[in-house]
Design a protein around this ligand. Sequence first.
Ligand code: G6P
Length: 467
Amino acid sequence: MEFDPMSRLIVISNRVSAPKGQSGAQGGLAVAFQAALREYRGIWFGWSGEPTDEFTGQINFQRSEGVTTATVDLEAQDIDEYYNGYANRTLWPLFHYRIDLAEFERGFEDGYQRVNERFADTVRPLIEQDDVVWVQDYHMIPLGHELRKRGCNNRMGFFLHIPWPPRRLLSSLPHAAELVTTLLAYDVIGFHTDEWLEAFRDYVTLDLGATMSEDGTIHLGDRSVKAIACPIGIDTKEFVEAATSTSARLTYRRMRDSADGRDLIVGVDRLDYSKGLEERFLGYERFLVDHPEQRKEVFLLQIAPPSRGEVGSYQRIRATLDALSGRINGAYADIDWVPIRYVNQGFPRHVLAGIYRAARIGLVTPLRDGMNLVAKEYVAAQDPEDPGVLILSRFAGAAEQMKDAVLVNPYSAEEMSDAIVQALAMPKDERIRRWRALMDGIEEKDVLWWRRRFTQELMGDDDSLAV
Ligand code: G6P
C-alpha cells in the first residue's frame, strides 16, 4: 500500500471514553485506545452511553488531551435490545462459554441489527477516502458489512476483545452463520490469543466452508480476509510512572498502614460472572479453612465496581457475592480482623497502581477472559526490588503470554488455595525472577506494539497513518 500521510484512523466502538486525566476511573482498554489515538489524527466514534427520546444521528464532537471523540445518543429501546439485549444477554455469555446464561430473542437480534445500521448511517459521512477504519468488539460485528453496503471501500479492521467460542458452542446461536459471514466484510480480524484465532478459523472453514491459504488468509466467495492473533498490552511505561507517582505512594502508605503488617491479596474486576469472583471467594475460603494458622496474616481486598446492572445475570451475581462475602466474613472474622474487604466502587488508575504495589498477591482468576489487563497492570506496578506474585487463571487470554505467573484453574478451590500458599511462601529471588520475566513481556508487547502490529496488517505499513 502506498504511503499516504493523509490517512487517519477512525476507531469505532460501543463505548467511547474521553480522557479523564489523573482523577478519573477508567478501564485499561479505554486508556489503551486513548494512547493509540493520540498517535494519530484520528476520531473515536460510538455511543455516548446516554439515552434520547428519538434517534437523530446528531453527533457530539469533543476534543480532550489530543483525542477527538464523536458520540451519538441511542433510544431506550435500542439500549435495551442492542446493548443490554443482544450484546450482553446473548453474545457476551455465549462467547464466555456460558450458554446457560445466554438468552436468544428475535427482538434482541433486530435491535442489534438496527443499531449497527444506525451507526453505519451516522459514521459513514465522517469517513474520508483515505481513512482506515478500525471497529472494536462484539457490539459491532456487522458494522463493517453495513459500511460496505453504503459504499465504504476503505481498509477496515475488526478486533474482538472477548474470547471466540468453540464452533460447537457458537452453533447454538440462531443465525450464527449469517453473523459470522458479515465479519468477512473486514480486511483484517484480530484476536488476543491463538486459541481464539484457531476457534474462529475452525468455524469459518468447517461451518461456513471458507478456505485458508498458507499465510492464514481466509477466502470465502469474493472476500479475502486476514485473521491474526495480536495480544493487547498496556501502556507499560505510563503505568510504571503511575505506580511511583506521589498519589500512588500515598495510597500505598494508606494500604500498608491499614494492613497492619498483614499480607494484602488484591483482586480488581468489573462485577461480572465471567471474572470468577464467586469461585475466587470460595478458593480463598478454602485457604482460610485449610490454613487456620495463616488466617490473620492475610486479607483479601476485592474491588468490584458494578457493571451492566440492568441485566438479570449481573443482578444475580451481585446478590451472590454480597451473600458470600458476608457469610465468609461472618464465619471467620475476629474483632480485629476481617478476611475480605469487598468494595463495590471503581478507583482512579494511580490509586489502583498504589494498591497493586502494596499487594503481596494479585489474584486474577476469570473463568474466561479475552485478555485481562489487570494482570499486566499488577505486574507493571510492582517494586522491582520486592515484587508481589501474580496468580493468574489459565483461562484468561493473558495466560498465553504470562507463563511466569502462578497459573491456576479458577474452578478448583483447592488449586486456588495451594497457589495462595505457594505465593505467600515464595522466596524473594524466585519472586524477582518471575516478575522480571513477566515485566520483559509487557515491556516488549505494550499497547504501542499492539496497535502497530494490527495497523501494519491493516495498512501493509504502519507509517501510512498520519502521526
Ligand atoms: C469488556 C468489553 C468492552 C467493554 C468493557 C466494559 O472489556 O470487551 O467492550 O467496554 O468490558 O463493559 P461495558 O458494558 O461497561 O462497556
